[in-house]
Ligand binder design. Structure first.
Ligand SMILES: Nc1ncnc2c1ncn2[C@@H]1O[C@H](COP(=O)(O)OP(=O)(O)O)[C@@H](O)[C@H]1O
Ligand SMILES: [Mg+2]
Length: 280
């Protein structure tokens, strides 16, 4: 367990020099598969030999300790936090800070303090990519992360239904307002993967086009409903072993590779400006 330490207030976005790509996985909505996709992308990167980290920024519903059981626990040494390590992936979650068994109601200052520590006090080492699993909504966590860190881009996860898309569109606008490009829109559970049942849609069909136009995302993929994949991810197992490959695993491996090619070609993001411009 890592104890909380009081920190000075830090303002302005920080470049994370040893982290080559900083990728948000977000939706603005809960239950659409952000953590599942985030874990799937992270594991796909690690299988390719990349140095990967995952920050669980969902302080209200942390999933990382389940999806990435720690082989090495986090450590605090000389004021620096080393993340936990799970199958070679560096991971950190609010549960590593001693809140695991308590139903703690986090007030904004505590949330801010946690994030400040994750951003400024964690020694992530050299990483090819750090995936950040965002919480639902566009509240304190969302704003704090976007103000403090210069993200390379965001992967938006949605279900192909109106009730999800309306929240994802709001989150999308918020990322764009903060200067973070949308790299990819993933329609999760967009079809069933059962053989013999065709590609039946679970949620009917709803137009994703407005979100694609709003986000200008260069990548858009449909992901299958795949309980076998999620069962493995849910147990903290690697779904990419040859004998286990399911449709979702195959899709996410493609997405991860395409996402990387896209980010490799993209310019390194500017530091987010310290002063907001007034729009009158
Ligand atoms: N493609 C999928 N196929 C089947 N179940 C899925 C899929 N994606 C997510 N799930 C399940 O949906 C639930 C919500 O996913 P989760 O990743 O926790 O969402 P979020 O992080 O957005 O709240 C979990 O039970 C997860 O196992
Ligand atoms: Mg989650």
């Amino acid at each position: 367990m890592v104890p909380f330490m009081p920190l000075p207030i830090v303002t302005g976005a920080a470049q994370a020099p040893k982290i080559k790509k900083l990728v948000a996985v977000a939706a603005g909505k809960g239950g659409v598969g952000k953590s599942t996709v985030c874990a799937g992308l992270a594991r796909a990167g690690a299988v390719r030999g990349l140095k990967v980290g995952v920050l669980d920024a969902d302080v209200y519903g942390p999933s990382v300790p389940i999806l990435f059981p720690a082989d090495v626990p986090p450590k605090l040494e000389q004021g620096k936090i080393s993340p936990a390590v799970s199958a070679g992936i560096k991971v950190l979650s609010v549960t590593h800070f001693g809140f695991a068994e308590t139903a703690t109601a986090f007030r904004a200052p505590v949330v801010n303090m946690f994030l400040q520590q994750c951003i400024h006090q964690v020694d992530w080492g050299e990483l090819d990519v750090l995936f950040v699993d965002f919480p639902p909504g566009v509240g304190d966590v969302h704003l704090c992360l976007l103000q403090e860190w210069a993200f390379s881009g965001v992967v938006l996860v949605t279900l192909p239904n109106r009730i999800s898309l309306s929240d994802v569109e709001k989150a999308c606008l918020s990322f764009l307002d903060m200067g973070v490009p949308v790299c990819c829109v993933l329609e999760n559970m967009a079809f069933t993967s059962h053989e013999g049942e065709g590609n039946a849609s679970l949620f009917g069909s709803v137009a994703i086009k407005p979100l694609l136009e709003l986000s200008k995302a260069p990548l858009n993929k449909k992901l299958p409903f795949d309980p076998k994949f999620t069962a493995l991810i849910d147990q903290g197992d690697n779904p990419y072993m040859q004998s286990r490959l399911t449709p979702m695993a195959a899709h996410l491996q493609t997405v991860e590779k395409e996402l990387f090619d896209l980010l490799d070609a993209a310019p390194v993001p500017d530091v987010y400006p310290m002063l907001l411009e007034w729009k009158l």
